[in-house]
Write a protein that binds this ligand. Structure first.
Ligand code: SIN
Ligand code: MN
Length: 238
């Protein structure tokens, strides 16, 4: 059985134990515990494969020369500051891995789950779920001491929602506003298995990871330390 077939089987019976969506800002929704431990472990195994190449996990260097503390491997499109390419021209020139079919299906379920909040303003976003077609994923690994400054995800030529999945150590996720990288913002703890979706009026909100809490990986998530975050995006590129 192919890997693509395995994940949806596990997802046929999603965890109904989770608390349901929490609206952080219009269009920005946190769904704690959306992935169960089996699903998390399965994704961690895929992560192990992705890091084998052809493009290795790497810390991107920003235009000022500053190297990010987070290391990233990409699917579908390779992200480098600040554009998407099909080859990792800032790493080793090799082609990026394909965006997996199972992740596309998972992304649709994620958008649908996040926007089933009952809020009228979320109904139109929920209806987008069936056509949601992410074509790039940035898979970040936060090792000891890694963090990410406040930024907007704005290298995409699309305003489709960003779907974020977290596995491993708990982090502090700072979700701000579309105008400034400072207050007002809301700090949310993202734990292993959590889903966060930001679209609609929150799609271009500043956000960042001030810190990851060491030693907080739950037993059975597949990681002994560190944090994996996957963000799926629609690039709008062809
Ligand atoms: C990102 O903003 O690209 C990553 C967010 C996260 O690690 O949760
Ligand atoms: Mn981001």
């Amino acid at each position: 059985m192919s890997d693509d077939a395995l994940f949806p089987l596990a997802l046929v019976q999603p965890d109904t134990n989770h608390e349901g969506p929490r609206v952080i800002a219009p269009g920005a929704v946190h769904v704690p515990g959306w992935l169960n431990l089996e699903q998390q472990r399965w994704i961690v195994q895929r992560f192990g494969e992705w890091t084998q190449g052809p493009v290795p996990l790497r810390a991107a260097t920003l235009p000022g020369g500053h190297q990010m503390s987070v290391r990233t491997v990409c699917l579908g499109w390779h992200w480098q500051p600040y554009r998407y390419t099909r080859e990792a021209t800032d790493v080793n020139g090799r082609p990026v891995l394909e965006f997996p079919e199972w992740m596309l299906r998972l992304g649709r379920k994620a958008v649908s789950a996040a926007y089933s909040t009952g809020a009228e303003s979320h109904q139109a976003l929920a209806e987008l779920a069936v056509h949601y077609t992410p074509d790039a994923a940035l898979v970040n690994f936060y090792d000891r001491g890694a963090a990410m400054g406040m930024h907007q995800d704005k290298d995409e030529r699309s305003d489709a929602p960003v779907v974020s999945l977290s596995i491993g150590e708990t982090c502090l996720f700072r979700f701000g506003n579309t105008q400034t990288r400072t207050k007002p913002y809301t700090d949310v703890e993202l734990r292993s298995g959590d889903l966060f979706v930001f679209g609609g009026p929150s799609r271009f909100a500043y956000h960042g990871i001030p810190k990851v809490l060491p030693g907080t990986c739950p037993d059975g998530c597949g990681l002994s330390h560190g944090r994996i975050n996957i963000t799926m995006r629609v690039t709008g590129l062809s």
